[in-house]
Design a binder for this molecule. Structure first.
Ligand code: ATP
Ligand code: MG
Length: 577
């Protein structure tokens, strides 16, 4: 490809709406252009990268025994009603109507469709196990599309679905996919950590995410991990807590209401009463699926929203606003402000206590009276009709690993892949069954396995860049090398450059010849920004028979003959995994 013909427009500046490195770089280097919120054009350079990621995924999925198919992007409502997800999926599901008023949706994931396909044709135990996958655009009407390709509304995903006759079969395929995922991300130049995770809207019992660990803002997940190998997303992490004072008997010898003026925060309250915060029961109001829920937790700890949402049986969660809390108080005949809220007298709404609350005795709690708290209290004093206990606590670094007891560490991660054990979550409600060897019917035991193709490409940029631009891993770079003649008017320089270009092309090396009549500095800047893994510069030293061979990853520059440069490159490309 000649640079003068390559359809790419680099920008002088990063776009103003780009917050993270991959978004900034991909937009500035001319890989992507935003069409509308969370929806991007993949320009030729990007499309080459995406196809490479897809091909790696395809090769490894095929090698792991899966079979590729392609399902429609538009899906009918009826199948989603069968699985029960039409109501459960929430607003990320983009719903639309056709001209006959039939209701459809844009596929955010394809469990319903694949289960219907299986129900149609997968009738005997003899046909299993089977794993079917596709690579396709998905649409999710994300609340906050951001970070370019990392969290788009339209994005490319590989989704695979396995069908087995037993749990053991599913376990085996789950491991098989985990291994394939490790190979895929390795080949894409990404180190990943496989972490336990919440199963979210996909459902099922066990799931793991593949995280690219990063210290940038692009890491939207907190990952807790331990040197023993334990690793979990914060929405699923558990920990053991060090011993703490949870019985206030040494502080309070009776249960009574005391004045606690202006103690709006836990810190102020514990200071005012001169007690450790582990003796305070914190009450927080959340809105789960539009309904208020009170979450109780020991006050030195925080609530993990996804855990709370799951415990409350919802699909959507957020902390209540001041206005909503005020309304809740008024509705219950109270006028307390935040800082003094409590579960007493709130029996018509769901109250969920974290496991830390179980051991608390003679504690301090808000009782919906501003500037007052109940001290020396016990749960029985609060007249709670129905108290549900669940682990709704946010783990913090330094707490103890649930597996080996050493302190946990925390880091940020970008989720590039996710594997789930679905069991019969879809096959049962959709009545998707096979016949065993005795002619008895059973629902399939299913698994599903996703990889964000476009997110993986963006994550590779987050992992490989410097201030000058992208440093693509060669396996997914749009081109392997750029040849830069410094002065295109110089016949010798052009001759050598074109000869190398032809030889490399013939040998299957993906090469760009920067034949533009531009200053060398401009060409070098673009080469770095676009991120070609290698750059061969043909300049004045060609008079001594030498060209400059630059490795983008290390910045190392060597002077070699054009023949050596060509040989090196052919060898490197031959060895791409
Ligand atoms: P997230 O928690 O980041 O919203 P998810 O857990 O909902 O993602 P899955 O349903 O597990 O996503 O989808 C499989 C894969 O698809 C993810 O691991 C991720 O790589 C990719 N993916 C999901 N949502 C997006 C998105 N909005 N933009 C780009 N890629 C995405
Ligand atoms: Mg996921």
């Amino acid at each position: 490809m000649k640079m003068s013909k390559l359809f790419v427009q680099t920008l002088r500046e990063f776009p103003s709406d780009a917050e993270v490195v991959s978004h900034k770089m991909l937009a500035r280097a001319g890989y992507i252009r935003k069409l509308t919120s969370g929806v991007y054009n993949y320009l030729p350079l990007m499309w080459r990268v995406l196809k490479k990621v897809e091909n790696i995924v395809r090769e490894e999925m095929d090698a792991a025994g899966a079979q590729e198919l392609l399902m429609p992007f538009v899906q009918p409502k009826e199948l989603w009603e069968e699985s029960g997800r039409w109501d459960a999926y929430g607003r990320e599901l983009m719903r639309l109507k056709d001209r006959h008023d039939r209701i459809m949706c844009l596929g955010p994931t394809h469990e319903e469709i694949i289960t219907a396909i299986a129900r149609d044709g997968l009738k005997s135990y003899k046909q299993m196990p089977v794993n079917l996958y596709q690579i396709q655009s998905k649409f999710r009407d994300e609340v906050r599309p951001r970070y370019g390709l990392l969290r788009g509304r339209e994005f490319i995903m590989k989704d695979a679905y396995s069908f087995d006759t037993s749990e053991e079969g599913l376990d085996k395929e789950y491991q098989n996919m985990a291994q394939a995922y490790k190979r895929i991300f390795n080949r894409c130049g990404l180190e990943t950590k496989m972490v336990q995770s919440d199963s979210g809207a996909i459902g099922g019992s066990v799931s793991h995410e593949f995280m690219v660990i990063t210290d940038t803002d692009a890491g939207e997940n907190d990952v807790f991990y331990c040197e023993c190998g334990y690793a979990a997303n914060s929405n699923h992490a558990v920990s053991n807590l060090p011993e703490a004072v949870v019985d206030g008997k040494d502080y309070f010898n009776e249960t009574k209401i005391v004045d606690t003026p202006e103690t709006h925060s836990i810190e102020e309250l514990s200071k005012f009463l001169n007690i450790p915060s582990t003796l305070i029961l914190k009450s927080l109001v959340y809105i789960v699926d539009k309904k208020p829920v009170i979450a109780l937790v020991r006050a030195d700890k925080a609530v993990e929203e996804t855990k709370l949402m799951n415990a409350a049986g919802g699909i959507d969660v957020r902390i209540a606003s001041a206005a909503e809390i005020a309304e809740l108080m008024t509705d219950h005949g109270f006028d307390a402000v935040p800082g003094f809220i409590g579960p007493k007298g709130m029996n018509d709404i769901q109250i969920i206590a974290d496991e830390t609350v179980r051991d608390m005795k003679n504690f301090v709690v808000g009782i919906n009276q501003t500037d007052k708290h109940l001290v020396g209290a016990n749960l029985t004093d609060l007249d709670i009709k129905e108290l549900k206990y669940a682990d709704i606590r946010l783990v913090e670094s330094g707490e103890l690993c649930p597996e080996c007891g050493k302190p946990l560490k925390v880091t940020k991660g970008i989720e590039v892949g996710n594997i789930f054990k679905l069991g019969t979550k879809y096959s049962k409600p959709m009545n998707a069954v096979y016949l065993d060897k005795n002619g008895k019917s059973h629902p399939y035991i299913m698994g599903c396995y996703g990889i964000g193709i476009s997110r993986t490409a963006a994550a590779a940029v987050e992992a490989h860049y410097d201030e000058n631009g992208i440093k693509w891993p060669i396996s997914i770079a749009p081109y392997h090398v750029v040849i830069v003649p410094v002065n295109i008017q110089d016949t010798l320089q052009m001759e050598v450059a074109e000869k190398m270009y032809e030889e490399l092309k013939k040998a299957g090396v993906e090469v760009v010849l920067d034949d533009r009549d531009e200053r060398a500095g401009v060409k070098f800047k673009d080469a770095d920004l676009i991120g070609f893994p290698y750059r061969v510069t043909v300049g004045k030293t060609i008079n001594e028979g030498l060209v400059e061979y630059k490795t983008r990853e290390t910045g190392e520059i060597e002077k070699v003959t054009p023949e050596t440069a060509v040989e090196h490159l052919i060898e490197i490309v031959k060895n791409i995994k």
